[in-house]
Design a protein around this ligand. Structure first.
Ligand SMILES: Cc1cc2nc3c(=O)[nH]c(=O)nc-3n(C[C@H](O)[C@H](O)[C@H](O)COP(=O)(O)OP(=O)(O)OC[C@H]3O[C@@H](n4cnc5c(N)ncnc54)[C@H](O)[C@@H]3O)c2cc1C
Length: 333
């Protein structure tokens, strides 16, 4: 035992889908797991927000399933009542992939996954360092966590910055892999409407080639009890406008969306996703960064490793958990 505020076998940074899926597997394997997230809510980019009586999914909008274990997992969420089928195709966009939504919102899935888990919220890790054979992480409230192993699931550019705080050196090939990863950003506008939108059922507009990539009708989706839409900019528009005044940018997107929405916007908020989805990904499902080094077990996971979607994040979390279990470090007696 150390004099740290918290002692654990495995510290997981990030309560997004990668972190939570890894935490579930590691806890099932008998390890003591502590998850920390800088956000007040759970789910990372599975995010929700309220404006008055309106409710929004303003990050990921739906999930698709490909891998058999993920199909089983989504079925489990459906059985638990935290996910349901939303749609399989919309007019003009035939696509056999069923889109699943969280129920009532996308964050319900994260809350379900987090049941029975030790999680510190609103706890930003500001410093990570190796101390002999363990990891020591420091939080923004001054608390410290000692851990035998560490899994970091933040977007990779944030992970790189975190490693630098404790001067953690990785082999060149691993640094090259991390530096190769590129994300696109996205500007999300959440708008409360004075009447239902004119977006046709099922309330999902996917648009190509312009500044707007997506408009989701949260009322038709069953997320919001009153008319409310989420507008996502395209990556290209966001790259040009991310650093500009967000209110001006929101007005631009709202003006472009107006003919599609029909109804009048009575209130709106904006959220910038700097690391929305990975455009250039790693070729492996996770990275065991400590492999071949003298570092205590250290792994990275997230959608940048296994695919730019909810499923990728979950698959990556599971793969990283398996790699950590195979490290056979102390923890299970
Ligand atoms: C606008 C948008 C729309 C999307 N639409 C879809 C979609 O429709 N379908 C789909 O499948 N996918 C979609 N995605 C992608 C999907 O949301 C992601 O692939 C997935 O949620 C990533 O999960 P993750 O666990 O890898 O990362 P995250 O969800 O980003 O989790 C990382 C967590 O780490 C935490 N963190 C970071 N740094 C620290 C720190 N220093 N200390 C403590 N905590 C920290 C963060 O707060 C965050 O909660 C969308 C994403 C966005 C942004």
């Amino acid at each position: 035992m150390t004099s740290a505020t918290h002692n654990t076998n495995i510290l997981i940074i990030g309560a997004g889908l990668a972190g939570l899926s890894a935490a579930n597997d590691l806890q099932r394997s008998g390890y003591k797991v502590l998850v920390v997230d800088k956000g007040r809510g759970l789910g990372g980019r599975l995010a929700g927000r309220r404006i008055g009586n309106a409710t929004f999914d303003h990050g990921a909008q739906f999930m698709t399933t490909r891998h058999s274990r993920f199909v089983e997992e989504v079925n489990r969420w459906v059985d638990a009542g935290v996910a349901e089928q939303w749609y399989a195709s919309v007019p003009g966009q035939p696509n056999s992939h069923i889109r699943y939504r969280g129920a009532p919102t996308m964050t319900a899935i994260a809350k379900n996954m987090a049941e029975g888990m030790d999680i510190l919220r609103a706890a930003r890790v500001t410093h990570v360092a190796q101390s002999d054979k363990i990891w020591i992480a420091t939080l923004d409230n001054g608390a410290t966590i000692s851990a035998d192993a560490m899994l970091i699931t933040s977007p990779v550019p944030q992970t790189i910055k975190l490693l630098a705080t404790g001067n953690i050196q990785l082999p060149k090939d691993k640094c090259d892999r991390l530096n190769h990863i590129v994300y696109e950003s996205c500007i999300a506008v959440m708008a409360v409407l004075d009447s239902p939108s004119k977006i046709p059922p099922p309330g999902a507009l996917m648009l190509a080639g312009g500044p707007i990539a997506w408009i989701g009708d949260n009322q038709q989706k069953g997320v919001s009890s009153i008319p409310a839409v989420t507008i996502h900019s395209s990556g290209e528009f966001s790259a040009k406008n991310f650093e500009n005044d967000h209110q001006t940018v929101a007005q631009k997107l709202l003006a472009l969306a107006q003919p599609l929405i029909g109804a009048k916007v009575i209130e709106h908020q904006i959220h910038g996703w700097r690391y929305s989805k990975p455009l250039v990904m790693d070729e492996h499902r996770y990275m065991l960064a400590s492999e071949g080094t003298g570092l205590p077990p250290l792994a990275f996971a997230g959608d940048a490793f296994a695919g730019p979607r909810v499923e990728g994040a979950v698959l990556s979390g599971w793969a990283a958990a398996e790699a950590l279990v195979n490290c056979r470090f102390k923890g299970i007696d």
